[in-house]
Design a protein around this ligand. Structure first.
Ligand code: FES
Length: 92
């Protein structure tokens, strides 16, 4: 007997590791589940990460299925998607 809400789970690949997320989750949520605190590095090498969560700051840019500079906060995960941070950081 089902007692709670039904959650459809999908799988994406984040920097080489499979991450299970709920369908409808954003890419930035998948990054958080993976434990990645940064999305890219600045031109001076400083780690950058999602700030606004609403498509304004551009700090959450990642490469998705080979397409660079995609906003992780504005993109929904798709089953089988490959997500790459520009400079993988150690899990926080
Ligand atoms: S977090 Fe600011 S644009 Fe994505």
């Amino acid at each position: 007997m089902q007692t709670g809400p039904v959650v459809n789970l999908i799988h994406v690949n984040v920097d080489g590791e499979t991450v299970e997320v709920a369908a409808g989750a954003t890419v930035v949520a998948a990054l958080a589940l993976r434990g990645i605190g940064g999305t890219r590095r600045s031109v001076t090498g400083e780690p950058r990460t999602a700030m606004c969560g609403m498509g304004i700051c551009q700090e959450c840019r990642v490469t998705i299925d080979g397409r660079p500079h995609v906003l992780a906060c504005q993109t929904l995960c798709v089953d089988g998607q490959t997500i790459r941070t520009m400079a993988p950081l150690e899990p926080q």
